[in-house]
Design a binder for this molecule. Sequence first.
Ligand code: M6R
Length: 366
Amino acid sequence: EKGGYDHFMLKEIYEQPNAISDTYRGRIRVAEGIIKMAGIDDNLAKLLNAKRIIVIACGTSWHAGLVAEYIFEELVRIPVEVEYASEFRYRNPVIHQDDVVIAISQSGETADTMAAIKLAKERGAFVFGVCNVVGSSISRETHAGAYTHAGPEIGVASTKAFTTQITVLSLIALKLAERKGTISNSDFHYYLQELERIPEKVKDALESNDHIKLIADTYKNARNFLYLGRGYNFPVALEGALKLKEISYIHAEGYPAAEMKHGPIALIDEQMPVVVIATKKGHYEKVVSNIQEIKSRKGKIIGIVTEGDETVKRLADHVIEIPETIEFLTPLLTTIPLQLLSYHIAVMLGKNVDQPRNLAKSVTVE
Ligand code: M6R
């Protein structure tokens, strides 16, 4: 059942190339430049006329929502707010008829997300679901939706659900951007081609597994970790930290790299491993100067870099390379080494990777 892997989590990490292509297969025709998604096509006017998009979700799905915020605002030019379902539902949120709510949930059973959907519906918003589990409560409660087609995710730590959520949300953004004319036709075609190349590049990223294992061994006894990223990779930093916390029980924090100087920099000393996402596209120079700040305080730097990088390699204690892609798709690649790093650390510490203490796969309590 684990397909020869020691844990479901590892199997699911390795399933990502296929899970991502399963998510877009049948929905895109790259040569013709077509994206077909019933839930979008049937509600196109509503979505194109949205004055605002509110994303509601919890945990890893909330992180996927944050990535989507960057993608939608860049490509579709619609303002996006990303809300924890549990916060949204317990205040008195301002919701308008022309707001579109996107609810993201792997399980489709998360109680807080469900309650937030009901509230948004009562207030007249159009609610679109992005779920993995077909026929789940949330997929039935929403007005329309798109499934992620990641296949069953058993490990409590969400992996392939995250990357396929980003894939679906990218497809939606691309479709709306093309219809709205907020991206050029040539960019639209180019982006679709790049999306189709992601599964191969995820395979490449997985090749670093042995190298990541060595890094895991070096830092497995650290008490704290920091994860830093900017732009599209800021949510990836949050996600990397969450993965480490939930399965290894090591305290970790994700931060936007530039926020470090507003507080967390005080934590940095020779005991502190700092994972920095420093890909070529996406504020590279700025991230390099953040790395210098960490280095001068003797923090240990693990850089996630684009293949062939020289600058970060000189500064960092370790680098993990990923292939190059267009900026908004980088989270699909930068996430991979962070998943593997937390996996190996947890295994080395003897933790129950697939069923960490105190956690359930779907959180059906409020
Ligand atoms: O099924 P959902 O996507 O609604 O679940 C939301 C969170 O409970 C979930 O992502 C949780 O944070 C994971 N264990 C993270 O790995």
